[in-house]
Design a protein around this ligand. Structure first.
Ligand code: ADP
Ligand code: GN1
Ligand code: MG
Length: 373
């Protein structure tokens, strides 16, 4: 829960959604940095049913009705596609609309709540444990992009404008550094120096987009490894979750975020930087899994830049954590003072490791791509 969020009144909240049975428990769930997520358990005639209740973060998302409109459209489309599958209910995130028919409920404090069916016998991981997990997750994000190719209707709302505009992220970093509103710059010299030195990275994907070499698509934009649910016994990827930023974007932003979040041998906030490194076998599994589902629609330029996309998005993420640290920790949830600075240092260490392996990663992608043609 965020520092300023009131404690939820679950008894009242669950009445706002058509949930049958007796409320048994409501417990915080997952390790997301943005929303407040709870698993709520019900019992009806001796049978247990769970739902996922989420309070959407209004400091991060300016127009929650527009965001929920995106999610309602995308989940409807995904459900139609999963309908024929024997395990279809676990293969698409499904909203439970509020009793009044809207896709969200507002509590008396103005909080924005939504409810999803709980995906059972599945879990997400913060750190990849096996190459098979990485391949399954990458395949799932590729399938999700493929699913969205024929999403009916108008362009989706941009829930956070300029979300992966890395140049804009760099400008925000420069502004927070110039202001140094909390006097933290002196304690972040090494990270600031790294950020300034790697500035050329920020335009790599933007230039490809501006020149028309890579197209705009509908993408997930938060393709972090812990946003995919893996079956606890088969380890198959069931579906991707956390759809708040599904909107127009670049396929390379998603793949880059997978590289960032999955190749790291350590957690995103590991302080012992010696443990932070990009694992080549996990990169190989990601590339293989992603090409298996997305290879058919990706352009040659997209495939050619899969390796570098990891560097760009990891750098962007480091910039975002550093900016939030300098600005006083207003965006990401933190669990200790200096947490965002530690995360930034971690991401920058990962950038170095990815840089050192760039040539090898590029030749691996070329090899995999040539096997497919
Ligand atoms: P945040 O935006 O804060 O990251 P998420 O939507 O990613 O929130 O949810 C947090 C975690 O909850 C996810 O990493 C995942 O493990 C779990 N989760 C999300 N949706 C579901 C669901 N429908 N069923 C079961 N677990 C879920
Ligand atoms: C946030 O919500 P979560 O934890 O899945 C963030 C992502 C970052 C990620 C870093 C809306 O993702 O963009 O990459 O933290 N989501 C938003 O771990 O900003
Ligand atoms: Mg998440």
């Amino acid at each position: 829960m965020t520092a300023t969020s009131p404690v939820p009144d679950f008894t009242a909240l669950v009445r706002a959604f058509p949930l049958a049975g007796r409320l048994v428990s409501a417990t915080p769930h997952g390790s997301g940095h943005i929303n407040d997520t709870y698993a709520v358990a019900f019992e009806e005639s001796g049978r247990g049913v769970r739902y996922l209740l989420q309070r959407v973060n209004p400091r991060v998302f300016a127009d929650i009705p527009a965001l929920m409109d995106n999610i309602a459209r995308v989940t409807r489309h995904a459900a139609a596609r999963a309908a024929g599958h024997p395990d279809g209910a676990r293969r698409a995130l499904a909203l439970v609309p509020a009793t009044d028919g809207r896709p969200y409920h507002r509590d008396p404090d103005g909080g924005w709540w939504r409810c999803y069916h709980f995906i059972e016998r599945a879990r997400s991981y913060d750190v990849v444990e096996t190459p098979a997990h990485a391949a399954a997750a990458a395949r799932a994000f590729g399938e999700f992009q493929r699913l969205l190719v024929d999403l009916p209707g108008t362009r989706l709302h941009e829930t956070i404008p300029g979300f992966h505009d890395t140049r804009r992220r760099f400008l925000a970093f420069q502004r927070s550094l110039a202001a140094d509103a909390h006097g933290r710059a002196a304690g972040a010299r090494a990270e600031i120096a790294f950020a300034l030195q790697r500035e050329p990275l920020v335009d790599v994907l933007l230039d490809l987009q501006a020149s028309g070499a890579v197209p705009e698509r509908v993408t997930h934009n938060d393709a972090k490894f812990n946003n995919v649910m893996l079956d606890t016994s088969t380890h198959e990827a069931l579906c991707v979750v956390d759809l708040d930023t599904v909107m127009p974007g670049l396929a390379l932003n998603d793949f880059g975020d997978l590289v960032r979040s999955a190749t790291n041998a350590a957690a995103e906030d590991e302080r012992a930087l010696g443990r932070v490194r990009a694992r080549p076998e996990i990169f190989a599994a990601l590339a293989e899994g992603y090409l298996a589902s997305a290879g058919a629609f990706l352009t040659a330029a997209e495939v050619e830049h899969l390796a570098v996309s990891g560097q760009v998005i990891t750098f962007e993420q480091g910039l975002r954590f550093l900016t939030d640290h300098l600005a006083g920790d207003t965006y990401y949830k933190i669990r200790r003072p200096g947490h965002n600075l530690e995360r930034a240092a971690n991401q920058f260490a990962l950038v170095r490791s990815l840089e050192a392996q760039r040539a090898a990663m590029e030749s691996l992608v070329r090899r995999l791509a040539s096997l497919r043609t």
